[in-house]
Design a binder for this molecule. Structure first.
Ligand code: S3P
Length: 188
């Protein structure tokens, strides 16, 4: 599949940790009835342990390999099934790190980058300890550094950028659906 062909009608959510991908993903799933693939959950189920434990036991690269594997499998389904089920795909915040992944994401569907203000990200990510990359002495500095590194990569992978500030999940889902309809223009 190349960029000139219309992508399959999946909606792919990307964005930093705490940007609201899972919540908006659930909202889109409810509104559209498309199945919801939460990549972090798929990986945890397969590995039989939480992401923090995967990082601790096998390292970040092994986790990144698992992310690429899930994307490759989703792509394979799209390629082999004429009427592959439509999906909402919610990704982990670091999935855009690999060039291969960025390409796969765009081939999988309409890629929406959710971005939240730094204060919101810090507040949300500060509330739980599930995210191994933030298990450092200075999580704020870590978030800032990762954001600076990743912003251009989210921008490269995304078809649409959405500023989530001040909007609830319902409002965000509505906006995303409108743009997705336009993007797929007439094919839905
Ligand atoms: C990560 C984000 C996490 C999870 C893992 C690594 C990252 O997902 O995939 O902890 O590199 O930003 P969320 O974005 O859903 O928190």
């Amino acid at each position: 599949m190349n960029e000139s062909q219309p992508p399959p009608k999946n909606i792919v959510l990307i964005g930093f940790m705490g940007s609201g991908k899972s919540t908006v993903g659930r909202e889109l799933h409810q509104r559209l009835g498309y199945s919801l693939v939460d990549m972090d959950q798929v990986i945890e189920r397969r590995a039989g342990k939480p992401i923090a434990a995967i990082f601790a036991a096998e390292g970040e690269e092994a986790f990144r390999d698992m992310e690429t594997e899930v994307l490759e499998e989703l792509m394979l389904e799209v390629l082999k099934e004429v009427d592959a089920p439509r999906r909402i795909i919610s990704t982990g915040g670091g999935v855009i790190g690999r060039e291969r992944n960025r390409k796969l994401l765009r081939q999988l569907g309409y890629v929406v980058w959710l971005h939240a203000p730094l204060a919101v990200i810090l507040d949300r990510t500060g509330r739980n300890r599930d995210r191994p990359l933030l298990h450092t002495e200075d999580p704020v500095a870590r978030v800032e550094a990762l954001l600076a590194l990743r912003k251009p990569l989210y921008a490269e992978a995304a078809h649409l950028q959405v500023d989530t500030a001040g909007l609830d999940a319902g409002e965000l889902a509505m906006g995303i659906l409108e743009s997705a309809r336009y993007f797929f223009s007439g094919h839905w």
